[in-house]
Design a protein around this ligand. Structure first.
Ligand code: 5AD
Ligand code: SF4
Length: 467
């Protein structure tokens, strides 16, 4: 039967029919960083306990959650456009039923709070990242007709209250998983909203982290990426009762049988301590890849950004890390056009990029974020100059990325097979340096780590044959 031949139900009828015949479904759309990917999964877990099953199709959902990002302007604007599209669909009957709830989570929710409902009255609930454990209750209240805004920093630890990931749920997530170990940031770089949207630095306990890692591994996960806005600021009391940092935590996690690979992101140069560098030297399971944002190569701009390190500090650090782990691949974040940035400052950034040599990088035009000190600076850089600098920077970074990949052709390496490839007969795995590797399906099963020889480079991937 074609859909336009069905007899439309009244909203009440369709809601009750849905409740009787099928479980409620939640559609979560994730914007922004990996922390949001992880949070989206945990929100889905929390709602699963309340009878909501996840769906990949917005049209089938009873609850649509947008897990938003506020780091740059475009990200927030995209959310408002998406709300507009959802509203149109809801009014036009394009969604499952007219009582579908629309919820906004994540950093836009935290930053804008009630303003979202004022600007977009079709939104039913707004929930900030610190209160996701209250989501089932918030959804129940919204279902009862209340417009709920929950953006306080909770006094309780959200991780204590979110359901512990169950092997049954985790199994569907594949062989590579994220695990949040730290949230928030006390660094207050003058361009950044994170200290305002995610709050002060909080570290999860070793016991919580180890228990979650063990659950993941028991469910078939082979690679874990530890997440934190400022992950190398993680600190906790180790098994020996002493304060320890991320380096010690990595040593502890490396002991979990069956865990083949560890990664962590994102790091601040100031928090790379000796134990962490030693972990790179001594732990084979710690992959030789490090995301170490520098933002700028100009000391003047680094100071204005409140980064609290110089270009020379960063270069010295990179040297120490490379000494410990010579094959380490570095990745970075860059901002062009921070207020006051001159051509000379920008030339310093290009020089630093040439000096370091990045395998991968993320570069952005400075976007003034309301409430951050950078937004109030007077000497903002015109948009066309930012465009120009971004293009120049990306040309250098892309060339480095391609030359790294080209240099791998002929090399042998281990690949963790993650999923089926786009074409029949192929599988896609991960190299230690994060670049995807396409192999023949005969190379191994999903979850296997196989030794391969790189034969060619693709657009954003490598091709390999088994040895
Ligand atoms: N404008 C542009 N880029 C930004 N980033 C953070 N805040 C801003 C901003 N206001 C970038 C930084 C950071 C990454 C996650 O996003 O490079 O490391
Ligand atoms: Fe933002 Fe990172 Fe600076 Fe913290 S360290 S304020 S998260 S850029």
């Amino acid at each position: 039967m074609r859909s336009n031949e069905t007899v439309p139900l009244s909203p009440e009828q369709s809601a009750s029919a849905a409740a009787e015949t099928s479980p409620r479904r939640v559609f979560v759309k994730t914007y922004g960083c990996q922390m949001n990917v992880y949070d989206s999964q945990r929100m889905a877990d929390a709602l699963a306990a309340d009878g909501y099953q996840p769906t990949d199709t917005v049209e089938k959902a009873d609850l649509v959650l947008l897990n938003t990002c506020h780091i740059r302007e475009k990200a927030a604007e995209k959310v408002y456009s998406e709300i507009g599209r959802l509203r149109k669909k809801k009014l036009g009957g394009g969604l499952k039923n007219s009582d579908v709830l629309i919820g906004i989570a994540g950093c836009v929710a935290q930053a804008e709070g009630e303003e979202i409902i004022r600007r977009a009255p079709s939104v039913d609930l707004v929930i900030g990242p610190q209160t996701y454990h209250r989501l089932p209750d918030v959804v129940r209240r919204a279902r009862a007709g209340e417009k709920v805004v929950e953006t306080d920093y909770a006094v309780e630890d959200k991780f204590d209250h979110l359901p512990h990931p169950q092997p049954k749920i985790v199994r569907s997530r594949g062989v590579s998983a994220f695990l949040t170990v730290q949230e928030g940031c006390d660094k207050f770089c003058t361009f950044c909203v994170v200290p305002y949207t995610r709050g002060a630095e909080v570290s999860r306990s070793v016991a919580q982290i180890v228990a979650e890692a063990e659950t993941l591994v028991a469910a078939g996960v082979r690679e874990i990426t530890l997440l934190g806005q400022n992950v190398n600021a993680w600190h906790g009391v180790g098994v020996d009762g002493r304060q320890s940092g991320l380096g010690e935590l990595l040593f502890r996690l490396a002991d979990i049988p069956g865990l083949a690979r560890l990664r962590y992101t994102t790091s601040h140069p100031r928090d790379m301590d000796d134990a962490l560098i030693e972990a790179h030297r001594d732990l084979a399971v710690l992959m030789p890849y490090l995301h170490l944002p520098v933002q700028s190569g100009s000391d003047r701009i680094l100071k204005a950004m409140n980064r609290r390190h110089t270009a020379a500090d960063y270069l010295r650090l990179v040297e120490r890390i490379r000494k410990a782990r010579p094959d380490i691949a570095l990745s970075g974040d860059f901002i062009v056009g921070f207020p006051g940035e001159t051509e000379t400052d920008f030339a310093d950034t290009l020089q630093l990029v040439r000096d370091v040599g990045y395998v991968q990088a993320y570069s952005f035009k400075y976007s003034p974020r309301p409430g951050t000190p950078g937004a109030d600076l007077e000497n903002q850089v015109p948009e066309n100059r930012k465009d120009d600098r971004l293009q120049q920077l990306q040309a250098v970074l892309n060339a480095q990325n391609q030359s790294f990949a080209a240099g791998l052709v002929g090399a042998t390496t281990d690949v963790l097979i993650e999923k089926p490839g786009r074409n029949a007969g192929q599988r896609v795995g991960r190299s230690p340096w994060l670049i995807p590797v396409v192999v023949d399906e005969k190379a191994g099963e999903i979850g296997d780590i196989v030794n391969v020889r790189i034969t060619a480079t693709g657009a954003n991937s490598l091709f390999a044959e088994t040895n």
